[in-house]
Design a protein around this ligand. Structure first.
Ligand code: SF4
Length: 308
């Protein structure tokens, strides 16, 4: 859960999750939809799938124990170098080249490493080897993680209370090594449809990885004039005018920024494309909807009053 998400966001989800699935065995024997339900709202749903698959493998091949071997850990779904290292360090007191961002920040600042240099990763691994206590690897690992999270923060590090103050080169040089910012956000444009027919709402079998496993309102790649005659002829019959809300609306899903053009289609008489399907309005609450669809259904109910 902590991959890509902050601790304070994760805590309520984690508590709810372990209450529902208190053991690897329990998780492995649950239905995937149940797991997704507990995960809903946390984003990056591939993590939920990996966790579920990992629980099944651990249950089947390791008698529900977690292996203490780097390669065996890395062979499990969703576990890469960092997670395998963290499990080894914290759970088994074993060394590895783990890449926790908090630890990396502390070490980078203490040794004043240049995060923009080609050899940065190599230098970092080398410095960490000297810096970590081999005997108490687990404690050093966790201690530096905490130090990075609470004291050596990204902005305004609290150097005056830091136990590394005397040896820290950033303090001596009175500046912090600063990485060049990269914009990792993907910006994507879509049409978002709100189609209705008497008491039903239109849904769509999206193939987008970030929406898999849920019922979703139709999200179609944006193309100028998509709703021309041929699109309508191939997909729907309706006699009512299609309404497009003038401005794009922003919506963030994980690392994606979606620019959405909202489209309202009322009184659809027939669907001609099997990727579209209906859900009755009074049955929507029983369905596993993506957070995104829940949010926009509410918005659409309001918008149709204004524009239609
Ligand atoms: S002295 Fe300041 S910059 Fe150096 S590790 Fe401590 S908090 Fe970070």
């Amino acid at each position: 859960m902590l991959q890509q998400t902050q601790v304070k966001t994760v805590i309520p989800y984690f508590n709810k999750f372990v209450k529902k699935f208190p053991s690897i065995q329990k998780l492995a024997n649950s239905k995937y939809n149940e797991v997704l339900k507990q995960w809903a709202g946390l984003g990056y749903y591939r993590r939920a799938k990996s966790l579920y698959e990992t629980a099944k493998i651990l249950n089947f091949s390791y008698k529900s124990n977690i292996p203490s071997d780097f390669e065996k850990l890395k062979a499990l779904p969703g576990i890469g170098d960092y997670t395998a290292s963290a499990i080894l360090a914290i759970g088994f007191n074993k060394t590895s080249d783990g890449a926790d961002t908090n630890i990396n920040r502390v070490v980078t600042r203490v040794f004043y490493l240049n995060p923009n240099s080609k050899n940065y990763n190599q230098n970092l691994i080398g410095k960490k080897k000297n810096f970590f206590s081999k005997k108490n690897y687990s404690i050093t690992f966790q201690g530096l993680m905490e130090l990075g999270a609470l004291v050596c923060k990204v902005k305004n590090p609290k150097c005056n209370i830091c136990p590394l103050h005397k040896v820290c080169l950033s303090v001596k040089r009175k500046s912090l090594p600063t990485p060049v910012k990269k914009n990792l956000r993907k910006i994507e444009k879509y049409y978002l449809l709100y189609g209705t027919s008497s008491k039903k709402v239109l849904f769509f079998k999206n193939n987008y990885s970030f929406l898999k496993g849920f019922h979703n309102l139709p999200l179609l790649h944006y193309k100028h004039n998509l709703f021309n005659q041929s699109f309508m002829k191939n997909n729907f019959s309706t006699k009512k005018k299609i309404v497009q809300v003038p401005n794009f609306i922003k919506h963030q899903i994980s690392n994606r920024l979606l620019l959405l053009k909202l489209v309202i289609m009322k009184d659809i008489q027939k669907i001609k494309n099997k990727d579209f399907y209906w859900i009755r309005k009074d049955n929507i609450r029983n369905k596993l909807l993506s957070n995104f669809s829940k949010k926009f259904l509410k918005k659409f109910f309001l918008i149709e009053k204004i524009y239609v």
